[in-house]
Design a protein around this ligand. Sequence first.
Ligand SMILES: NC(=O)c1ccc[n+]([C@@H]2O[C@H](COP(=O)([O-])OP(=O)(O)OC[C@H]3O[C@@H](n4cnc5c(N)ncnc54)[C@H](O)[C@@H]3O)[C@@H](O)[C@H]2O)c1
Ligand SMILES: [Fe+2]
Length: 394
Amino acid sequence: MRIFKGITVILPFKWPKIFDGPGSSLELCRYIANQGHKKILLVTDSMLAKLGLLDAMQVELEKQGITVVIYDGVMPDPTIAQIEAGVSVLKDNNCKAILAVGGGSSIDAAKVIAARGKSDKSIINMAGLFKIYFSGTLPLYAVPTTAGTGSEVTIAAVVSDPKQKRKLPIIDLKLMPVAAALDGELMTGLPAHITAATGMDALTHAVESYISRNALKHTDVKAIEATQLIMANLVTAVTDGSNVAARQAMVRASNLAGMAFTQAGVGYVHAIAHNFGALYHTPHGVANAIVMPYVLDYSKSSCTLRLADLAKACNIGLADANNANNEQLAEAFIQRIREMKHKFNIPTKLAALQRKDIPQIAAAALKEARFTYAVPRYMNKATCENLISQMLVE
Ligand SMILES: NC(=O)c1ccc[n+]([C@@H]2O[C@H](COP(=O)([O-])OP(=O)(O)OC[C@H]3O[C@@H](n4cnc5c(N)ncnc54)[C@H](O)[C@@H]3O)[C@@H](O)[C@H]2O)c1
Ligand SMILES: [Fe+2]
């Protein structure tokens, strides 16, 4: 794990150029034109196309002399087949650059299409660490329309393999977009339940990167600011979706959290959530929100100070005179997460979970976490199975 930390410190991350603020998606379009592209593949999902979220960007790109080819076949948790269909559209139209507009699913699909545009390697063979480093990717630009994954600043793409009922992470520096726009105006129509779930995903990134043993000074600064922004704005973004200031704060938070976890990593919340998400199709943010309090309860004894830091930074638990010590502040922070979930109607247990699946989920989660997630307190298989069984509805 120390070696991994050393690697993340020396890796030559090239962060995207960020355009930040309402309307910044159009600034990004002008920037794309300045890069000399004449044709671009816009990768998205059909829902966003129907909502008209692409219209202003398409008009701006065309005004700048760029031909826009749209592939809108991405669905939540994109599959290999959906990505390959996008690769065919890319090749048939001879596009040499890609603009992803959408949630993590569209951005991740676009990342892999960008990689396939430069390589004939199968997607299954791209899964893992640094499998596309030498072939590279086509230039990729991103406009997130959810405030959750931070995929616009991560070197990861998650692909679903429905045949094997698993999620394949592809991790490579080359998956980093060239530039991205954080435009909260595009999120005002995001339904409340998706706002809540994606916001909880961003919170999970911030918290898991802050309690990671691979955390660095600058990832700490980003994780704390992201946690503060989420604690101050997520409830407003969920209950008053048209509040652009809250939307802008949330997309900034998910971006900061994305940068934090790109270097510090995530932890068991993601490891467990990914693996039951692949089995039961639980949306990624909901899965994380269900698992997070259980994993934090388990980890608390090894990261009390870190959780107390987050509580203090967000002014949680301080007003209560009984919260005199760090243990109590750490507990107050976890309790706040439980209360947020309750407010958002996110369940505490996983209705789809079946006892017979627990050994398989635990084994896959531990395999995912091993050597990659520098968690504060390690689990063995029995502990992990026991933790997952607490989520059974019985
Ligand atoms: N690459 C990474 O670093 C990373 C990190 C975390 C998660 N992920 C992956 O990202 C995916 C989840 O992404 P997500 O949570 O952003 O959701 P998503 O992209 O799957 O979108 C969820 C739903 O929201 C709708 N939607 C999106 N934006 C909208 C808007 N502005 N208005 C109205 N509807 C809108 C979409 O049409 C879709 O139906 C998963 O596959 C997950 O594994 C990737
Ligand atoms: Fe996530």
